[in-house]
Design a protein. Structure first.
Ligand SMILES: Nc1ncnc2c1ncn2[C@@H]1O[C@H](COP(=O)(O)OP(=O)(O)OP(=O)(O)O)[C@@H](O)[C@H]1O
Ligand SMILES: [Mg+2]
Lengths: 267, 248
C-alpha cells in the first residue's frame, strides 16, 4: 500500500460566480506518474495553481507532501518543482543565471548547486549554451531549461503543466524518457497535464479527467478503456468529454496568454 | 539574506545589460539642463535668483532618479506578464524578502542613474559647492530612489496589465516632477502651486539634494530627510502588504 502524497478534497475555485474548479477530489500516490487531463478551459491549470500556492482555494482542502499549501506555504513550496504552462524564464539572464537564481531561492548550498546545475544542463543538452541569454533561445530550448530548473532543488513532487507544448517529437520523447527515469531513480512523484493522449497513455500510471471543473473519471488507463469500452485513451477521452470544441470566453489576461502562446509556437 | 541579494543582483544585471536604455534615458535630463539651464538661466539671474544651473542641477538629478525608480518598481508588471514572477512566488521564501530585494535593486539602479546625471550636470558647468558633502548627496539620492521604487512596486502590485502604465506616467510621474520645485523656486510661486509642491514627496528630496549640492534650501535638510524617511518606511510597509496579496 503506497502512501498518498497529494490529497485533494472537494477543492473549489470560483472566479466571481463562475466555478473554474468545482468540488474536485483526487489522490496521487507517492512515487507515481499521474496525468491530469481535460479539454481547454477544464480547470487543470487553476487546480495546479491552488496546489502550488499561487491561488487561494474558494473552499476545499489540499494536502501536499503532508503540508497544507494555504497555511504552511513555505513547507509546501519546498516540496515541489514546477514547469508552468506559460514561459517563466528571465529573458535578460543567461541559462546558467536562471538556474543559479532558482538554486539560491531554494537554499541549495553553493557547491551542491554548482554540481547539480552542471549535471542538469548536461542532461537537457544546454551546457554548451549556459552563458547565452535566454532571449536567444528557441522555444524548445527554453522548455528544456525550465524542466531542468524545476529540478535543481530535487523536489519530491514535480508538476508539469503541458510541458511538451510546441516541442518536436524528438525533444518530447527525450523529455519523457528523462522524466520517467527520474521518477524511477529518485522516486519523484510526477503530476502532469497534456493534450497529447498518446503521451499520457504511454507515461501515466494513473490519471484523472476533468471537464467543466469537475472530475468525470479517474483510474488507470486500463480502467478508463474498460469503463468506456474503447481501445485507446484518446477514444476514451473523447467518449467521456464529448466532441464539442470548447469555446472559452477568455478574460483579457487569458487572451494575452493565448496570443503569446501562438507566437511562441511559431518561433 | 541570499534571497534579497540574488533579487538585487538580477535587477543590476538587467540594468547593465540594457545599455541602449541607459543612454536613451539620459536624453531627457540633458534636454532639461541645456534648454532650461541655458535658456532660462539669464532671466533667472536677472530676477535675482542667482545661478540657475546651481538651482536646476539637483532638480534634474532628482528627476532622473524619480523616473528610473518608478520604472524599476513598475517593472513588476512586466515580470507578471512575461511569467517570471510566478517563478519567484512559488519559491519557499517570504514575499517580504522578494519585495525587499527587488526594491533595493531598483533603488540601486536609480541611484546609479542619478550619479550619471550628476556627471552630465558637471559637463554643463555645474559645480557642487562643497565636495565633502557629496557622500551625503549620495545618501539622499538613495533615499529618494528607495521611496519611488517602493511607490512603483506598490502600484504594480495591483495593476495586472500594461495599460495602466501610460496612465501612471502621465498622471503621476510627470506631475510629481513638474510640481516639485525642481524647476522653479516655491517662494513667490502662486499659493496653489506652492501648496501642491508641499504635498509632493519629491519636493523634499529635491530640497535636500539642493541643500548639500548647492547650499540652497527651503525647508532645511533635517525636515526634508525626516519627511522622506517616514514616507519611505510607510511605502515599504504598504508595498509588502500589497505584494503579499498578489495571486496569479
Ligand atoms: N484569473 C481568472 N479569472 C477568471 N477566469 C479565469 C481565471 N483563470 C482561469 N479562468 C477560467 O477558468 C477556467 C479554467 O481555466 P484553466 O486555465 O484552469 O483551464 P485549463 O484546463 O488549464 O485549460 P488549458 O488546457 O487551455 O490550459 C477557464 O474557463 C478560464 O477562462
Ligand atoms: Mg492550462
Amino acid at each position: 500500500m503506497s502512501s498518498i502524497i497529494i490529497d485533494v478534497n472537494q477543492l473549489t475555485k470560483k472566479f466571481k460566480e463562475f466555478s473554474a474548479v468545482d468540488h474536485v477530489s483526487f489522490q496521487v500516490n507517492s512515487g507515481e506518474i499521474f496525468a491530469f487531463l481535460g479539454p481547454n478551459g477544464a480547470g487543470k491549470t487553476t487546480t495546479i495553481k491552488m496546489l502550488t500556492t499561487l491561488l487561494l482555494p474558494t473552499s476545499g482542502t489540499i494536502s501536499l507532501n503532508w503540508f497544507n499549501p494555504v497555511t504552511q506555504q513555505d513547507q509546501a513550496r519546498a516540496s515541489f518543482g514546477i514547469v508552468f504552462q506559460d514561459p517563466s524564464l528571465d529573458d535578460e539572464l543567461t541559462a546558467y543565471e536562471n538556474m543559479e537564481f532558482h538554486g539560491v531561492l531554494y537554499h541549495v548550498p553553493q557547491s551542491l548547486r554548482k554540481q547539480r546545475i552542471e549535471e542538469l544542463l548536461n542532461i537537457v543538452d544546454l551546457w554548451e549554451r549556459k552563458d547565452q541569454l535566454i532571449k536567444t533561445f528557441s522555444g524548445g530550448m527554453k522548455r528544456r531549461l525550465e524542466i531542468a530548473r524545476g529540478l535543481v532543488h530535487h523536489p519530491k513532487i514535480f508538476f508539469l503543466d503541458e510541458p511538451t507544448i510546441g516541442l518536436d517529437p524528438q525533444t518530447r520523447n527525450q523529455m519523457w524518457d528523462y522524466v520517467a527515469k527520474l521518477n524511477q531513480k529518485e522516486n519523484i512523484t510526477v503530476f502532469f497535464t497534456t493534450h497529447y493522449m498518446e503521451e499520457a497513455e504511454r507515461i501515466a500510471q494513473r490519471l484523472a479527467i476533468i471537464d467543466h471543473g469537475k472530475i468525470i473519471a479517474h483510474g488507470s488507463v486500463e480502467d478508463l478503456k474498460n469503463l468506456t469500452q474503447t481501445s485507446t485513451l484518446e477514444a476514451a477521452f473523447l467518449k467521456l468529454t464529448g466532441k464539442a470544441i470548447r469555446e472559452e470566453e477568455a478574460n483579457p489576461s487569458e487572451q494575452m496568454r493565448l496570443h503569446r502562446q501562438m507566437w511562441r509556437g511559431r518561433k | 539574506m541570499s534571497t534579497i541579494y540574488i533579487l538585487w543582483l538580477r535587477q543590476i544585471k538587467r540594468y547593465l545589460r540594457s545599455r541602449s536604455r541607459i543612454i536613451g534615458s539620459l536624453g531627457q535630463p540633458l534636454l532639461f539642463l541645456v534648454a532650461l539651464g541655458f535658456g532660462l538661466g539669464p532671466i533667472f539671474q536677472k530676477a535675482g535668483g542667482g545661478n540657475y544651473i546651481d538651482f536646476l542641477a539637483p532638480g534634474v538629478i532628482a528627476q532622473g532618479i524619480l523616473f528610473t525608480a518608478i520604472f524599476a518598481g513598475i517593472e513588476l508588471i512586466w515580470d507578471r506578464q512575461f511569467g517570471f514572477l510566478k517563478e519567484t512566488l512559488v519559491a519557499p521564501v517570504s514575499r517580504f524578502e522578494i519585495m525587499l530585494g527587488r526594491t533595493l535593486g531598483g533603488a540601486t539602479i536609480a541611484t546609479f542613474q542619478g550619479i550619471i546625471i550628476f556627471g552630465l550636470t558637471l559637463l554643463v558647468g555645474f559645480r557642487p559647492y562643497n565636495l565633502w558633502l557629496l557622500p551625503m548627496g549620495l545618501v539622499i539620492m538613495f533615499i529618494i530612489a528607495l521611496f519611488f521604487t517602493g511607490v512603483g512596486t506598490a502600484i504594480a502590485s495591483f495593476l495586472d496589465d500594461m495599460q495602466g502604465f501610460q496612465l501612471i506616467m502621465n498622471f503621476l510621474v510627470l506631475p510629481l516632477f513638474f510640481l516639485s520645485g525642481a524647476l522653479f523656486p516655491l517662494k513667490g510661486a502662486p499659493d496653489f502651486l506652492s501648496l501642491s509642491a508641499k504635498l509632493n514627496p519629491l519636493t523634499y528630496g529635491v530640497d535636500a539634494l539642493r541643500d548639500v549640492l548647492s547650499n540652497i534650501t527651503q525647508f532645511g535638510i533635517i525636515l526634508d530627510i525626516s519627511v522622506l524617511g517616514v514616507l519611505t518606511l510607510l511605502i515599504l510597509v504598504l508595498g509588502s502588504y500589497l505584494f503579499s496579496k498578489i495571486q496569479i
